[in-house]
Design a protein around this ligand. Sequence first.
Ligand SMILES: Cc1cc2nc3c(=O)[nH]c(=O)nc-3n(C[C@H](O)[C@H](O)[C@H](O)COP(=O)(O)OP(=O)(O)OC[C@H]3O[C@@H](n4cnc5c(N)ncnc54)[C@H](O)[C@@H]3O)c2cc1C
Length: 344
Amino acid sequence: MTKKNPQGEVWIFAEQHEGKLNDVALELCGKARELADALGVKVGAVLPGYNVSGLAQTLVAHGVDRVYLVDDPNLRNFTSSPYAHVMDTLIEKYAPQIVLYGATPTGRDFGPRVASATRSGLTADCTELQIGDVVDSKTQTEYKNLLYQIRPAFGGNIVATIVNPEQWPQMATVREGVFSKNEPDASRTGEIVEEKVEFEPGMLCVEVLERFVEAKTVDLKGARIVVTGGAGVGSKENFQLIRELADALGGAVGASRAAVNCGYIGAEHLVGQTGVTVRPALYVAVGVSGAIQHIAGMQDSAKIIAINSDPDAPIFSIAHYGIVGDLNVIVPWFIKAIHDRPVE
Ligand SMILES: Cc1cc2nc3c(=O)[nH]c(=O)nc-3n(C[C@H](O)[C@H](O)[C@H](O)COP(=O)(O)OP(=O)(O)OC[C@H]3O[C@@H](n4cnc5c(N)ncnc54)[C@H](O)[C@@H]3O)c2cc1C
């Protein structure tokens, strides 16, 4: 366990692959900046890789004060042991109070290894992070300025605020899209701290021979309009209605977990806590009840239209416009109205 350091920095893991920073790393910079400002401390970014020094200024422009650069040929590709060793070593040396990771395959692989090595906690898939105080109800001990690690829990029946008062650093993973990126400020200046970390031969026993990245087929995150179908759509064939409405609006097709589980559409369309987080200008939820895990991934949409036959469906509590009725009637009307609208 590393020492508890209330003056410690707020760190992010600057995940990059082949010299390109992940979106989530840049999204975390903005959140780390906000948390660090609340605590009155600096933001640090740990940047392991090979020939990646050019990325440091991008991190600074997004709000980082100090980049810990570990540039080493052994870190050319991500492999668990050396990357985790870099993080463990730097945590031990600098004692940050908070460390944030993207909930990517990489972050999910090595975040828990770092938590285990440093004997600290790690809350996965947080949907919000804040700074706040806590009083232990048993001992009446008051803890100031802890990281509130907030996420749905117990199958979504509660939104839990998890704190880690003793075993620091406080660590969390966050999925891509949960926080939005800050506008970069190219005039910001920061410090680059070059670190050298020694590896034991056993840590380097895995060699990456080739990387193959499958191209994304659906861009939900970048879409201005998302039309999402839920279990209420009723069948794979009927999901064509959702596609037609999305086409008419010029939007992307999303899906709830229940629609994916029923086999109506592929998991790459999933919106929510375990899918993609979206913030489009318009989100149309069709036959979606509005479970907390779904709402976590779309509640920040600028305008939400919900179509549902149940007037008490929870989705209506966050919708700006609600239409109560059978989607099989409403959606064709909706599509016709779009096609019939006069061209300006
Ligand atoms: C750990 C965990 C993670 C999860 N992650 C996600 C996630 O990322 N994303 C996600 O979506 N879910 C997630 N879920 C599942 C979530 O709890 C809900 O089960 C799911 O969102 C429900 O999907 P739904 O709204 O399509 O289905 P339902 O809850 O079954 O709702 C269907 C809705 O359709 C309406 N309806 C039925 N027929 C019609 C009709 N003809 N016309 C109009 N309306 C109609 C009904 O009134 C109902 O409101 C997760 C659950 C867990 C436990």
